[in-house]
Ligand binder design. Sequence first.
Ligand code: 5GP
Length: 363
Amino acid sequence: MTRIIDELQLDYSDVLFRPKRTTLNSRSEANILREYTFRWYPKTLRACGIMAANMATTGTFAMNDSLEKFNAVTCLHKHYTPEQLVAYFSKPHPLAFISTGLKDSKENLFNLLEQNPHIDKLCVDIANGYIPKLLSFVKELRTRFPKILLMVGNVVTGDMTQDLILSGADIVKAGIGPGSVCITRSQTGVGRPQLSTVMEVADAAHGVGGMICADGGCTVPGDVAKAFGGGADFVMLGGLLAGSDEAAGRLVTRRALTNWYEPNGKELQTEERQYKEFYGMSSKLAQQKHFGGMARYRTTEGREKLIPYTGPVSQVMENILGGLRSTMSYIGATKLKDIPKCTTFYRVNKQLNTVFADMKDID
Ligand code: 5GP
């Protein structure tokens, strides 16, 4: 019989942090660097917990070069050739993952990992992390490469999370359908609100010594903090980073309607604005660009968008990390790892005041 889960399922926008008495006098006292130790990977990693998504637009060498300065991780997209990867990793890049799907050449991947032991971080990314082939691939990888850092996804429930970790994953990627250019939910009706996903998956992962990456759905810096508050060890960003110089999408200029017109003016006003191309990895555009056309049995599950150009990713990161530090000072968390213990969420009906949202910015 069809079952309904009555328990409330929440998104980041459904909650706000409750401020607490704090020992921090300023947000500069909040330490956003964490020393990570893993279930399987024998080394430690010092990072700020933010990851650039392994999308063709955001998982670029240029992104990694810039994010390294912030101790943030980049999951390189899977369309670089082995030769390009070997050349790039001839210099140390301790925070970069390479990526693969299940349909990519195993032989290329295994050769790459075998011949380049310093390339030791792998993200196995498939849209539906519940298929049995994923579990057997994770087991095979862990047996063959006992010393790699292995991130696997995507799932939204605790049972599969534990299976993946016990089979060899260090980090499980959580999220089905929350992404900014994702249409899985409208196309398939499948998904789960992201904060509830993160909370359940984190609890399950931590119970068996694993970690999680909250993947997708962060629209503002506060969402990143909420993901950490829900128990995420890492937070993966696509859209928030995709408007930057380091993202691979083309930069284009378009005339856009301003959000304002003079009350007695007759014409709507336009102005030139800069945008970057950003598309979902299962959009038609991605399939055309990277897989030589659409497979017939596939529907698209991704959008193709022109999103506002944001300048260098360093500015975006400063904004996100500034927000995160500030959250930490509000809730009394001195270290990144302490955020969940310091987190109490209010469930809210409305988180933002939008009364002037349609008004013109001061120019
Ligand atoms: P964002 O930070 O933009 O909200 O979400 C990024 C995440 O969206 C990615 O890490 C990936 O998990 C997911 N994603 C990227 N492309 C697609 C797509 O075409 N379809 C779906 N369903 N998800 C996508």
